[in-house]
Design a protein. Sequence first.
Length: 214
Amino acid sequence: MRLVGPNGEQVGIVRIEDALRLAQEADLDLVEVAATARPPVCKLMDFGKYKYETAQKARESRRNQTNTVIKEMKLRPKIDPHDYETKKGHVVRFLRAGDKVKITIMFRGREQSRPELGFRLLQRLAEDVSELGFVESSPRQDGRNMIMVLGPHKKKSEARVDVEAEKAKKQAEHEAEQEAERLERAEQLKQHEAERAAGATKKPKGPADNLDPE
């Protein structure tokens, strides 16, 4: 077999008995890394440490991986103000999460002869969310629809960090409010007990107290 040392150095072609002896002397494992090679290649290593580092790298890679997600939002050219604000809220949420958003304006009937309505609506939406996203694909006609794609300013990984930070902030604020309420209830209870104790120590007025001193 061809033996490789723990630091990647080439030991050379050795017998398996010699490789096992070297592994035992160095308190390392003998691991076959290329079984199909001729001769097979083995390496001296700390196999437990190798497995741990490999798992760590895999987790880090998954953590940094950005999965591109495209959300879709459909609007009508003559959408009413309330519905527009609702739809815009969804777009804001998607962009804040680091997702792209495909905006589709759906034309029906005579609306198809007024493409400028859809174009102005898309421009308005892009301006309203400009702090969170940008126009990645300009408005274009697609059959009866008009389509625009918005991209987030922040990457998915960055957006995830912001979301986690916001969650942590809200959790801390919630816990602080709960603690303040607990302290207030404790203070009220303490005051109530003090008032009860003060009332109990007052001497009740008896018949002798009502006699004229003369």
